[in-house]
Design a protein around this ligand. Structure first.
Ligand code: DC
Length: 221
């Protein structure tokens, strides 16, 4: 384990690769804060829906009173109210996905992510944390798993939340989202330069974290 307590660690990868689970355990192991950047996109999307989907996004963002707390979990506050319980709704997911292609929204959230992370001692997780937000981060991970396993995990996650979906449908939607994320013009999902790649197929979250901790110790020597 590193003694250094100010590293910036980024974890990117497609959905279902296990980023959130792994990032939380890794942050705990390193005694670092944890930031879920997807929750930030979701929070802005929720606010946008609540505002009645205003046409002028620039003005909407200017007037937005949104705060994020991070540490063991990422919480989102809108006008002081904790909205973290609402941001996983399917409708919010759709808007978040659409917003993630909007340059103004990306610049707004990238700025906030840099403000939060620049002091270090943090694990950031998302789609562009190592490529765009902190391209000079000391440790960048890119994690992935084969599409069947990712769909299986996503399916399990949805069932555990009481949302029933056909496994084949989950797999199809995931493939469409992957294509969207990787082919979008702004901040597409890419393997960041110098990233350490970890294939999580067939191994559990703790095993992934063990690999990561080992790789961090090697790089920090
Ligand atoms: O990881 P998630 O499903 O909670 O992310 C929500 C949406 O935000 C998803 O459509 C991808 C997008 N996103 C992004 O474009 N860049 C990030 N750094 C994090 C999330």
């Amino acid at each position: 384990m590193t003694e250094d307590n100010d590293l910036i660690v980024t974890i990117d990868g497609p959905s279902g690769a296990g980023k959130s689970t792994v990032a939380k355990i890794l942050a705990r192991a390193l005694k670092y804060a944890y930031l879920d950047t997807g929750a930030m996109y979701r929070g802005v999307a929720y606010a946008y829906m609540k505002e009645g989907e205003p046409a002028d996004i620039g003005r909407f963002l200017k007037n937005l009173v949104i705060d994020f707390t991070f540490g063991t979990d990422t919480k989102v506050f809108l006008d002081g109210e904790d909205i973290s319980g609402y941001i996983r709704d399917p409708e919010v997911s759709l808007w978040a996905s659409s917003f993630s292609q909007n340059r103004v929204v990306r610049e707004y959230l990238t700025g906030k992510q840099r403000d939060i992370g620049r002091k270090g001692g943090i694990v950031l997780e998302g789609r562009d944390t190592g490529s765009i937000v902190f391209p000079d981060a000391e440790i960048k991970f890119y994690i992935d798993a084969n599409p069947e396993e990712r769909a299986k995990r996503r399916h399990l996650e949805l069932s555990s939340k009481g949302m029933d979906a056909e496994r084949a449908t989950v797999e199809k939607e995931m493939a469409a989202r992957d294509k969207n994320d990787s082919e979008r013009a702004i901040a597409p999902l890419v393997i960041p330069k110098d990233a350490i790649r970890v294939d999580t197929t067939g191994i559990d979250a703790q095993q992934v974290v063990d690999i990561m901790v080992r790789r961090i110790s090697e790089r920090s020597r």
